[in-house]
Write a protein that binds this ligand. Structure first.
Ligand code: PLP
Length: 443
C-alpha cells in the first residue's frame, strides 16, 4: 500500500522511473510518449542536459537562501530575463513555486495596489465561467470549474462570473464572429456596471483556455475589447498564462498575439518546464511603483519564493528556448500537428471540434456532431480515454464535465517543443487507437 495520498485514493498510478526526450518510462519498463507534457509542463521534454547542468551548478554553489535575508544571482537573473522578454512595461517579477501561488500573489498584489491607491472598497474579481486558475482557495474561487469548486464552495470568496469566449458552443449559426464577440463584451460591461466599477479590482482570464475547456483561443478583438473595458472602468486585467504562456502557443506570452498589454501576468508550468516547481507574477511598472511609493512593502511571502535552484532551472529553460529557436519550432510543429489532427479526426463522428494554438491543441468529443450533444458525464469518457491512451503508451490530458457537467469531454495535447514530426505522427496514431477503444468501452 502506498502512503501517499494520490489523486485517486483507490488506485496507485504506475511508478515513473526515467525520462528521456519526449518519453517517460515506468518501473515495469513501459514507455509512454508524453504528448501532454504532463499537464502542459514539460516543454523541453525530459532529461535536458543544459537544464540539469544549470541546476547542479546552482546546488553546488547554494541550494537555498531565505528572501527576508538575501537575494541570489539566480533569482535576479531570471527576473531580469523575464522582464526583458515581457511586452511593454511588465518589468517586475515575483517568483513563487507554481501556478496557484502565482494566482494568489496576483490577486493580493492587485488588491494591495488599490488599497494603496486610496480605494480600499475594491474587493471584487470578475472571471469567466469556463476557466481554471488553480486549487488554492483564492484561485479556486476565481475559476469556473464546478467540479473542483463544489466541496469547497462555502469557503470561497464571491466572484462575478461572465461567459467564456467559446465560439464552438456559444456562437449561433447565423451570428457573425464580430456580433458574438460584441455580445460577450457587452455582458462583461454589464457585470462591471452591476457590481459598481468602484468595487471591482480586476478581470481575470486565460488568453488561451487550457484545462477547463481545452485549448480555446479567443475570437479576434475579444481581448482588445477587454482591455478597453478595463481602462474605461479603471480595473486591472490579469492574464493567467500559467498554461498558455512561456512559448506554448508560439509566442512567449499568448496575449502578445492579441496585441494587448495586461496589468499582471501569471506564469507557471512551462516557466521551469517541470525541472523545478516555479511560477511567477509579472507586474506593470505603475503597480509596483504605487506600492514602492506607498507602504514600501508587498504584504505577502512564502518560504520558497525566489528559490535559487528553481530560478536557475527556469533561466536555463528560457535560454534553451531562445538558443534553439523553439518559439519558431512551436509555430511550425503546431501547424504540422493541426494538419495531422485534422487528417485523423476531421471526419470522426465523435470529434466535434479540433482547436488550439502553437503546440496546445484539443479535440472536443461529442455524441453527435450535428447537435453537438456531449456524452453523458456519468460515462466518464475522458477517464476511459486517459486509461486507453496509457495502455497504448501515450500520455494525453483529457477532461470532462467542466461547466456544471454540461460541456462534455475534451482531450488536451501539449507535446514538448522538441517533438519531431515523426513523434507527432506517432502521437496522433496512438491517439486514434486509444480514442476508438475508449469509445467502444463506454458504449
Ligand atoms: N492557471 C491555469 C491556467 C492552470 O492551467 C493551472 C494548472 O493547471 C493553474 C493556474 C494552477 O497551477 P498549479 O497547478 O501549478 O498550481
Amino acid at each position: 500500500m502506498s502512503h501517499i495520498i494520490h489523486r485517486s485514493l483507490r488506485r496507485t498510478p504506475p511508478v515513473a522511473v526515467g525520462g528521456d526526450g519526449i518519453t517517460i518510462i515506468d518501473s515495469k519498463g513501459n514507455h509512454y510518449l508524453d504528448a501532454s507534457g504532463g499537464a502542459a509542463v514539460s516543454s523541453l521534454g525530459h532529461g535536458h542536459p543544459d537544464v540539469i547542468d544549470a541546476m547542479h551548478a546552482q546546488i553546488d554553489r547554494l541550494a537555498y537562501a531565505h528572501t527576508s535575508f538575501f537575494t541570489t544571482d539566480a533569482a535576479e537573473e531570471l527576473a531580469a530575463r523575464i522582464a526583458y522578454d515581457a511586452p511593454g512595461d511588465l518589468d517586475h517579477v515575483y517568483l513563487v513555486s507554481g501556478g496557484s501561488e502565482a494566482m494568489e500573489t496576483a490577486l493580493k498584489l492587485a488588491r494591495q495596489y488599490f488599497v494603496e491607491s486610496g480605494e480600499p472598497q475594491r474587493r471584487l474579481f470578475i472571471a469567466r465561467r469556463q476557466s481554471y486558475h488553480g486549487n488554492t482557495l483564492g484561485a479556486l474561487a476565481l475559476g469556473g470549474n464546478a467540479f473542483r469548486r463544489k466541496p469547497y464552495a462555502p469557503l470561497l470568496m464571491d466572484v462575478t462570473r461572465v461567459a467564456p469566449c467559446y465560439e464552438y458552443r456559444d456562437r449561433q449559426q447565423d451570428q457573425s464572429v464580430f456580433a458574438y464577440t460584441a455580445g460577450l463584451l457587452a455582458e462583461l460591461e454589464m457585470a462591471i456596471i452591476a457590481a459598481g466599477p468602484e468595487n471591482v479590482i480586476g478581470f481575470c482570464a486565460e488568453p488561451v483556455v487550457g484545462a477547463t475547456g481545452g485549448a480555446i483561443p479567443p475570437t479576434p478583438g475579444y481581448f482588445t475589447g477587454v482591455r478597453e473595458l478595463c481602462d474605461k472602468y479603471g480595473i486591472l486585467f490579469i492574464a493567467d498564462e500559467v498554461m498558455c504562456g512561456m512559448g506554448r502557443t508560439g509566442t512567449l506570452y499568448a496575449i502578445e498575439q492579441e496585441n494587448v498589454l495586461p496589468d499582471l501576468v501569471t506564469l507557471g508550468k512551462g516557466l521551469g518546464a517541470g525541472y523545478q516547481p516555479i511560477g511567477a507574477v509579472v507586474a506593470r511598472d505603475a503597480i509596483v511603483q504605487r506600492l514602492r511609493n506607498g507602504s514600501g512593502v508587498f504584504q505577502h511571502g512564502h518560504t520558497y519564493v525566489g528559490h535559487p535552484v528553481a530560478a536557475a532551472a527556469a533561466l536555463a529553460v528560457q535560454r534553451v528556448i531562445q538558443r534553439d529557436c523553439l518559439l519558431g519550432a512551436v509555430t511550425v510543429r503546431g501547424a504540422t500537428l493541426r494538419r495531422m489532427l485534422r487528417g485523423a479526426f476531421g471526419e470522426h463522428p465523435h470529434v466535434g471540434d479540433i482547436r488550439g494554438r502553437g503546440l496546445l491543441w484539443a479535440l472536443e468529443l461529442v455524441r453527435d456532431r450535428e447537435t453537438k450533444e456531449p456524452f453523458a458525464p456519468s460515462l466518464k469518457l475522458h477517464e476511459a480515454v486517459r486509461a486507453q491512451a496509457m495502455a497504448c503508451g501515450l500520455m494525453v490530458y483529457p477532461m470532462g464535465g467542466t461547466i456544471d457537467g454540461e460541456r462534455g469531454d475534451h482531450i488536451l495535447l501539449a507535446p514538448p517543443f522538441i517533438a519531431t514530426d515523426a513523434d507527432l505522427g506517432e502521437i496522433v496514431s496512438r491517439l486514434q487507437e486509444a480514442l476508438d477503444t475508449a469509445l467502444i468501452s463506454v458504449g
